[in-house]
Ligand binder design. Structure first.
Ligand SMILES: [Zn+2]
Length: 424
């Protein structure tokens, strides 16, 4: 079973991205690895129970996840579904595009306060361009400029990449980006010899401000395990022991538990409808633009967290491809037709042993892979894709790596540049 977990920062959070001392930036979300480490070290402090420790943290029965910023408190979002914590928060996919000058979701934008011209997803356009053997450039050029209406004309700025974390309501036209506020803290160095302030050592650390919420989804082998973990998590939080990130001894990193409730994911029927809807839209757009499709069926896989994938010889993979789907996930006949992916080095700190974890290469969250498929679209096919979405891919899924969405509606339904009068 799955449960959504929402925490609130009670003091500033500092989560280092790199080990280098030159880096002052903080990660904008709480990585699953950090969350697992925080709960594990709290367990050591308040429970003397090795069996429970093993069940919670070592036996692959509790899956942690990244917690993404869920701050939709801006006044324009009052009375919208964006404040509904039942709705997931996800990273904006790499294929999203927005006006270069006034970027952001158009939904509930107030031009007098903060002008936002809208967001669209470019995956279907890039996918069609790719399957046309890159001959139909007009598909891309027709969707390069901002069409936001300004004084009887259009904005006409170029569309640029757009990133962050978003949530949409039950109707996807209600969509917005989460705020994440940060500040710089200036700190003095401490002398190792005297334990007092070291002269001449002053450094800056970026922190995420207190009072912000973070949303994630954990998985449990069964309901009784969820109940046990729930009691433990409440105990930890009520004792003020849920602490994450760096500089804990200086009062940073304190979290409170805001919500921890069962989450019911899409069942296979609604999952199937979603996958079919993407394929239908892809075919319809292909027909409209006279592109012959070499495959019968198309589906995208979008990374909701970094994924660590290695091949049979344990080499890190920088893409998801048909061979991987076949060998690791048992889905034959799929071919990668388009990708918008990036990679990143994952560092970590093992809070259990107080040691750094080996660095690994991951395919970054927000990466998007579009597959063409010529096999049978039977129950086995849908079940296989459903399982990929439910259990994740690659290594360290226990720490929240490898979370994916198949046929995310973002790719087929987010286009605020199509006229939608209520959003203007
Ligand atoms: Zn614009």
């Amino acid at each position: 079973m799955k449960a959504r977990l929402i925490v609130t920062s009670e003091s500033p959070l500092s989560i280092r991205i790199a080990r280098s001392t030159a880096s002052y930036e903080s990660c904008r979300y709480i990585p699953g690895t950090t969350l697992l480490g925080a709960f594990a070290s709290a367990h050591r402090k308040i429970r003397n129970d090795e069996t429970e420790f093993t069940r919670f943290f070592l036996s692959s029965e509790v899956f942690f996840s990244n917690l993404y910023p869920a701050n939709f408190q801006a006044s324009e979002f009052s009375n919208t579904d964006l404040r509904d914590d039942e709705q997931p928060v996800k990273p904006v996919p790499n294929t999203a595009r927005s006006c270069k000058r006034f970027s952001g979701f158009r939904f509930k934008s107030d031009p007098d306060k903060q002008e936002r011209h809208g967001v669209m997803d470019s995956l279907i356009h890039w996918g069609l361009f790719a399957v046309s053997d890159q001959t139909k450039a007009e598909i891309l050029t027709a969707n390069m400029k901002c069409t936001y209406p300004v004084e009887r004309n259009e904005c006409c700025e170029l569309l640029d990449t757009f990133s962050g974390f978003y949530r949409h309501g039950t109707n996807i036209t209600e969509i917005g980006k989460s705020a994440v506020t940060t500040r710089l803290l200036t700190r003095t160095g401490i002398s190792r010899e005297t334990g007092a302030v070291q002269e001449g050592i002053l450094y800056n650390r970026e922190v995420l401000n207190e009072g912000q919420q973070f949303w994630g989804m954990m998985s449990f082998a069964d309901e009784s395990l969820y109940d046990e973990f729930y009691d433990f998590a409440e105990d930890v939080a009520s004792k003020g022991l849920l602490r994450i990130g760096n500089n804990l001894t200086r009062g940073l990193g304190k979290l409170s538990l805001t919500e921890f409730q069962e989450f019911v994911p899409d069942n296979i029927l609604s999952f199937k409808q979603r996958v079919l809807a993407f394929n239908q839209k892809f075919h319809a757009e292909a027909q409209e633009r006279c592109v012959d499709l070499p495959h019968q069926f198309y589906f995208p896989i979008t990374l909701q967290s970094d994924a660590i994938i290695s091949d049979s010889q344990l080499r890190y993979q920088t893409v998801l491809n048909g061979e991987y789907l076949h060998q690791a996930l048992n889905l034959a006949d799929a071919t990668l037709v388009y990708q918008n992916a990036s990679t990143r080095r994952v560092i970590g700190w093992n809070a259990l042993f107080g040691l750094p974890k080996a660095a690994e290469w991951a395919i970054s969250m927000e990466s998007v892979f579009l597959f063409g498929y010529n096999g049978k679209t039977d129950d086995v096919f849908y079940q296989c894709l459903y399982d990929i979405e439910q259990t994740g891919i690659g290594k360290r899924t226990l720490e929240g790596f490898g979370q994916v969405t198949v046929a995310d509606p973002f790719h087929s339904e987010v286009n605020e540049y199509e006229s939608r009068d209520e959003n203007h």
